[in-house]
Design a protein around this ligand. Sequence first.
Ligand code: OXD
Ligand code: MN
Length: 602
Amino acid sequence: MSSTLATLNDWVGAVARHARPDRIHWCDGSEAENDALVERMLASGDLVELNPRTHPNCYLHRSHPSDVARVEHLTYICTEKREDAGPNNHWMAPDEANAKIDALFDGCMQGRTLYVVPYCMGPIDSPLARCGVEITDSPYVVANMRIMTRMGAAALARIEREGAIGKPFVKGLHSIGELDPAKRFIMHFPEELAIKSIGSGYGGNALLGKKCHALRIASWQARSEGWLAEHMLIVGVQNPHGEIHYIAAAFPSACGKTNLAMLIPPESYREAGWKVWTVGDDICWMTPGPDGRLWAINPEAGYFGVAPGTSEKTNANALGMLNHDAIFTNVAMTADGDPWWEGLPGLPAKDWQGRDVVVANGKIAGGPAAHPNSRFTVAARQCASWSPHAEDAQGVPISAIVFGGRREHLVPLVFEARDWAHGVLVGAAMGSETTAAATGAVGVLRRDSMAMKPFCGYNFADYFGHWLSFDKPGAKLPKIFHVNWFRKDDDGKFLWPGFGDNLRVLEWIIGRCTGNEGALETPIGNLPHADDLNLDRLDLSRARLDALLDVDIEGWIAEFESIGEYLHSFGARIPDRLLREHARIAALLAVAETEPQAIGTP
Ligand code: OXD
Ligand code: MN
């Protein structure tokens, strides 16, 4: 098989001559093709079949122990000019990068099959969707791409149709290479809409439609075409009158985006008729519509979620979709062949590396049995809360944008930005304590603007400018908020219950968008008064609520000094508008420090 598109055939031919695979297979995305791939992976040991009675069509993949997370230190943006990649990215000149990585691709597919994987990011008929082709030598990647994207014949037809009128597709070249960390690179060439990744089979490094295309390359495309490609979930909240408000929310990796996207309302809300609809759990592409609002699609077709911690209590919707047709990566396994991770009942028999689990006094010895960044891959439509509007070609209209991070101290449960420019500053200043989704130290505070630090394909200073540019006449932009579910008390306990109860905060957010909720103005933004939040049937003392809504002026003065240093680290390209916004709030904080009664007055 080949394509009617000469540019595609030529590229596949050139890669094949260089990587020298034994065979070439063009993927059509069919069931039969997937069955054959699964058979091959079961035979090679790439997949282990899970209990077919409790988990039909579910498989476990154990990756190389050195290949379990994204590798930001080996991820490069390769633009002609270093400043275009910015201090937020590792940069390499395209010529040098191509030379380095092409040497590793030389002959790397000998003895293997080269798979050509055409895919579409977004509903197949959506004008907001964009296409790409991934070449890979990993059948595991093919099987995951089939779940995570619209992969196969329909995508190829769109690529050929668009190619015939000169519209390019993103070219992604991937090989697991030798799985050697010393020969691992994830390189992006946004000026050529190209990606080259070698040496890793892990999701974020190898499923090129996801982080590499839908965020790094797409953010670059979005800037030149006037839209936004963001690391955000999209959730629809339906009130008892049947009105649905869509919220897009950015959190750094492993901060509960999947849980928020699939939130199950507390009992009192369910009884009153509230419902939550999932549109996406990780990536959101937003474009201004003819009505001035931002309209969003989820470019993905599946979830690549963090398994540990997913339980009946934290995310029953996720658990419910994982008992058929799912791929698990680096989870543990019970004696019955069921997938297992920390947070689930019972005990495993094999850990994520397939070693026998030693249990002493009812506890697992020697660290977690499932890798902390172990994952599930599952089709989005398997989720009980999957939105009937998730496939709408024009997307869904966004009422509110929410930023959030993991902050044990200082940052209150929720606050609202005064206007768009303030909201852009709130997003730019976002910080979070690090998690296991990327290699490196865990629990260290790092600034992660709009949760895009690992994913923005260009200079953050220009990115902030791009965000600011949406504020123009005729725009009906969403309101912007910041939340923090992770604040702790002096004993190190979480102050807020989180999970389903986060809907209480979303209700206030929606009320602010519709003009139905009150707020207290403070220098950092508008907060709910204690009685603005619906705390029906929630056991939360007034003291804990006050702590959650406290604005510690001295602490914020220090925080704003650190935010100022961060903004200045981008040099002269940082938009003046952002610096003015920063100075305005720093001045308000200085006044509040000398006149505490100023808080709460307009
Ligand atoms: C992810 C991540 O996998 O952000 O979504 O790391
Ligand atoms: Mn993510």
